[in-house]
Design a protein around this ligand. Structure first.
Ligand code: FES
Length: 165
């Protein structure tokens, strides 16, 4: 019988069971399973208890689960901000001055890379190309892409709008 720590709600346990069933408990599908589980967690991360639950159910070592979580940037070990701002760091955005976007966001939000604003609203991440090269330099917040971002004013407007939501 698997222990279910308090952080694992019945709804989350059901989501995890369904995710593992969907992929036939196949270890080679661990990334897909973890991505599905992460989507079901309100702050979009893999809680420690969830990682242990998956390891036990799939007969894996916990280190195997954490190897996947730490290797893939799409997976997160800690709760994310309400708005994770992802700045593309791949070549097309780079040659289109993504450093201007990153520096402006650091300045406007008053945080560094991978830090969270004091109110838990924003975090700043560098990520590889997300397929919006025609909008370079681009950022992505959840599934919404913004770009090309060439002025400080554009960036401030995006942040202000989200800060008010
Ligand atoms: S290089 Fe930035 S979105 Fe593709």
């Amino acid at each position: 019988m698997i222990e279910t720590p308090a952080v694992l709600t019945p709804a989350l346990i059901q989501e995890m069971d369904e995710a593992m069933q969907r992929y036939g408990y196949e270890p080679s599908k661990l990334l897909e399973i973890l991505l599905d589980i992460q989507k079901a967690v309100p702050r979009k991360y893999i809680p420690k208890a969830a990682a242990y639950y998956v390891a036990e159910k799939m007969h894996l070592k916990i280190t195997q689960v954490y190897d996947v979580i730490s290797f893939f940037s799409a997976l997160h070990e800690t709760p994310r901000a309400k708005y994770p701002i992802q700045v593309c760091s791949s070549v097309v955005c780079k040659v289109n001055h993504n450093c201007f976007v990153l520096d402006t966001l650091k300045d406007v939000l008053n945080i560094g890379l991978n830090e969270v604003t004091y109110d838990g609203r924003f975090t700043l991440e560098e990520v590889p190309c997300f397929g919006a090269c025609d909008k370079a330099p681009a950022i992505r917040i959840h599934d919404v892409v913004y770009g090309p971002l060439t002025t400080r004013q554009q960036i401030i407007q995006i942040v202000q709008r989200l800060a008010e939501e």
